[in-house]
Design a protein around this ligand. Structure first.
Ligand code: UD1
Length: 419
């Protein structure tokens, strides 16, 4: 079994290049279903989640050409078959449920197994289904499957009880060909939604307000093929920002969008980290004295839940008391037990974690309990005394490209080994 082994204590220095956003690339890949012409996605990160989704499309007769060297991903869904049976791939990854919206839009029906995904709460899909129904689809659920059917979707007004990222994206894609006007209210405002809207508009869709709380979609007849480069990964950038802070180092991060990173920038500044942005590059100076801070995760533009575990590693080492409240997911504290094994002092009370900063962590065997929890373990390992061995790397590989290579280039003592 593969493990990441880190000998803690090395300062980081130099530059790191951020990959394009996993959470943009995944919906954009499935959105390619909406055009029978070739779609080219530039600089696609080579990630396990991308492979899963691409394989799912290949199974459905999509022509795929993915160069791992350049990241150019060519997709042609001209001969795509409607999905009507089970696929293990859908259970493997929650984001693959995003296939339902575009499939419904293109074929008028879609039957897939109920989604799986990261182990961070029950993650229902009620908001997706409520939206499909409002667009005129009939939904049937049974024996682990969901089936949606609609001869022709019709525009409607959809209010989301919670600004779910996935539901906003799925409905945005479903509504592209719907007759008339669709309005999604209380839509998620994440930058990746803006990116999906921009991608679809470049293909010929008529979408206004993607990335804002109210999205208007005028149905169109067809979409054309295009070449597109998605946005940078703000969570990967945030992970490296925390790396500079936790190791008391100064590093340069290339491939950032200041606006998208605003919540993380402001929180790290509050901690005492100095951050200087120059265009799409950023210098993070984590050498100063740091202060404890409180964090509450919220939908964008609030503090991202996907940065919560990484910040927890940092705060566990800052003298004083910090409080982290997780409001987006109900079970996203699995990394706490792992950090405590490394010597952190953290108590959980419902959705709140109370941290009492310790002066050092000690390396030991830990596991990546989910994707971002895995990143938190790497960050803790970079400063822990002795050796940290991280298992269950498939979680990390879902969302980070060459993470140990990127850290090694910055001077960390980190290797992937087969044990
Ligand atoms: C996306 C991101 C993930 C991020 C999350 C929140 C992708 C591929 N993944 O996940 O990295 O952590 O946004 O920023 O983009 N919910 C419902 N009913 C629904 C849908 C969601 O109750 O129908 C709840 C979920 O259980 C969860 C919360 O809403 O508690 C947020 O989920 P959502 O915004 O949908 O996240 P994902 O799209 O799954």
């Amino acid at each position: 079994m593969e493990k990441i082994v880190i000998k803690g204590g090395k300062k980081l220095k130099g530059e790191v290049d951020i990959s394009l956003a996993k959470n943009s690339v995944l919906p954009i890949i499935v959105a390619s279903i909406l055009s029978p012409n070739e779609i080219i996605i530039k600089n696609t990160p080579v990630l396990e989640d991308v492979t899963v989704l691409v394989n799912l499309l290949k199974d459905l007769n999509c022509e795929v050409d993915f160069s791992h060297e350049t990241g150019e991903l060519k997709l042609n869904t001209a001969n795509l078959q409607p999905i009507s049976s089970n696929s293990d791939l859908i259970r493997k990854m929650r984001a693959s449920f995003l296939i339902m919206g575009p499939m419904l839009a293109r074929f008028g029906s879609c039957k897939i197994s109920l989604p799986g995904g990261c182990n961070i709460g029950s993650r229902p899909i009620d908001l997706h289904l409520k939206g499909f129904k409002l667009l005129g689809a009939e939904i049937e659920i049974g024996h682990g499957f969901i089936e949606a059917k609609a001869k022709k979707l019709k525009g409607n007004r959809i209010y989301l009880d919670f600004p779910s990222v996935g539901a906003t994206e799925n409905l945005l894609m479903a509504a592209v060909f719907a007759e008339g006007t669709t309005i999604i209210e209380n839509a998620a405002e994440e930058p990746e939604i803006w990116d999906l809207g921009n991608f679809l508009n470049s293909m010929g869709a008529k979408i206004e307000g993607a990335g804002l709380g109210r999205i208007t979609i005028e149905g169109v007849e067809s979409l054309k093929g295009i070449e597109y480069k998605p946005i940078y990964d703000r969570i990967e950038a945030g992970t490296f920002m925390v790396a500079a802070a936790i190791t008391d180092s100064i590093i340069t991060i290339n491939g950032v969008n200041e606006e998208h990173l605003r919540p993380t920038i402001e929180k790290l500044k509050e901690c005492g980290v100095k951050i200087q942005v120059n265009g799409d590059s950023m210098i993070v100076d984590g050498t100063g004295k740091k202060k404890p801070v409180d964090i509450k995760t919220l939908p964008y533009p609030g503090f991202p839940t996907d940065m919560q575990p990484q910040m927890m590693s940092l705060l566990s080492l800052i003298e004083g008391s910090s409080v982290i409240t997780e409001t987006v997911f109900e079970n996203r504290f699995m990394h706490v037990a792992e950090l405590v094994r490394m010597g952190a002092s953290i108590k959980i009370d419902g959705r709140t974690a109370i941290l009492d900063g310790v002066s050092n962590l000690t390396g030991c065997e830990v596991k990546a309990t989910d994707l971002r929890a895995g990143a938190a373990m790497i960050l803790a390992g970079l400063v822990a005394h002795g050796e940290t061995e991280i298992g269950e790397l498939y979680h990390i590989d879902r969302g980070y490209t060459n993470i140990e290579e990127k850290f090694r280039k910055l001077g960390a003592d980190i290797y992937r080994v087969d044990k």
